[in-house]
Write a protein that binds this ligand. Structure first.
Ligand SMILES: [Zn+2]
Length: 372
């Protein structure tokens, strides 16, 4: 990863380059900010630069043997720790998933935890980083450097450490020579204060629509119009903008809007068939439907108070929103939003998807009709 491949976050880049220039990269750094804003890419770029044999202006050269390995995430002195879960009968070690993790870094350096969980098939399982994982970090860091200029350990999502955070604290407090721990988080508040106070913070922020749309155009080759819409919908998160451009967002919206229309009519046969189909969808598609519903309802709530040009929705959605806000008061939209939130939790607890959606459809019908 090169600095130039990172979207925006200029102040973080300037800071990181300055500490590299001064040879003052701290032992422990914490990259934190909202999901999809570039914490992980920044840590990756720092790691490559630290290993490069002849960096130019605090930028990895990209051609030396170290860079060749770093850019494939195969440098022996850059190691990774990340949350995993039970797969099959047992909880596999991080090493078991390393190949997948590196593939995902190449493919989606802006990945979210959901992307990762989906990639390795642990979607609805409780993921963590456990004591054995941390002990193996300790062991790796105490080994002699292979060939690099320093040893780097990237700990992605340390919030998944839970009570094992204390073991990490020990590692931070007793640094090995020439080692750097790069912690990358989306939930700073979930990290032990004792760890936070010992790390130098590098913060990332939600990105502007202009910065996102330029980058989306460059990376995907999509039209300016599509990039602008994706940026607008992403609300500052680059990973979401890429998803909006790449995925069949149209299908999301039409699926949800069809469901709303069905709830309005409430033909029992249609509703039952729809709930059956929902039941048979993959776990990921179910979650996708619910998260789209949450996004749409949230926008509907805003639509009550904001002028149409501030609605973060596509033209097709805008039409449906206009009719929906006419018949649903803000407090009812809020109720529907709560319902979708609850459905998310029920789904994660393996509740029967058909029953969840049948009951949601009837509630929605009641809300749509009682105010129409
Ligand atoms: Zn190099």
């Amino acid at each position: 990863m090169k600095w130039n491949n990172i979207v925006g976050q200029d102040s973080a880049k300037t800071y990181l380059k300055s500490i590299i220039r001064q040879g003052r990269v701290p032992h422990a750094l914490l990259f934190s900010g909202p999901e999809g804003t570039g914490q992980l890419p920044l840590a990756l770029a720092l790691a490559s630069t630290l290993q490069c044999e002849s960096p130019v202006n605090e930028e990895a050269c990209g051609v030396c043997p170290s860079c060749i390995k770093s850019f494939k995430y195969n440098h022996p002195d850059v190691n990774f720790v990340f949350p995993v879960a039970v797969l099959g009968q047992e909880r596999k070690s991080i090493t078991h998933f390393m190949k997948d993790f590196k593939e995902q870094l190449l493919e989606k350096p802006y990945m979210s935890f959901e992307d990762w969980a989906y990639k390795i098939g642990i979607e609805n399982k409780h993921a963590n980083i456990n004591a054995a994982d941390i002990r193996s970090i300790k062991q790796t860091l105490s080994l002699k450097r292979h060939e690099g200029r320093s040893k780097v350990m990237i700990i992605w999502l340390p919030e998944y450490l839970g009570t094992e955070g204390n073991i990490l604290l020990k590692l931070i407090e007793e640094p090995e020579d020439n080692t750097h721990l790069l912690l990358v988080t989306e939930k700073k508040e979930a990290i032990l204060p004792t760890i936070l106070s010992r790390c130098q913070s590098v913060d990332t922020f939600l990105l502007s629509d202009d910065v996102i749309s330029e980058a989306v155009m460059q990376q995907t080759g999509c039209s300016r119009e599509a990039a602008k819409e994706a940026a607008w919908l992403s609300e500052g998160r680059f990973n979401v903008a890429l998803q909006k451009v790449n995925s069949a967002e149209e299908k999301d919206s039409s699926g949800f809007l069809d469901w709303l229309r069905m709830c309005y009519k409430a033909n029992p046969e249609d509703l039952t068939k729809w709930a059956d189909d929902f039941h048979n969808m993959s776990y990921e598609s179910k979650k996708h439907f619910l998260s789209y519903g949450l996004h749409f309802l949230q926008q509907c709530l805003k639509a009550h108070f904001l002028p149409t040009d501030r609605w973060r929705v596509s033209e097709e959605e805008k039409k449906s929103m206009k009719s929906l806000v006419k018949i649903m008061r803000p407090d009812t939209i809020e109720k529907a939003h709560h319902l979708f939130n609850d459905n998310f939790v029920f789904l994660e607890r393996y509740a029967n998807a058909k029953l969840i959606m049948m009951s949601s459809s009837l509630k929605m019908h009641h809300w749509l009709r009682s105010e129409a």
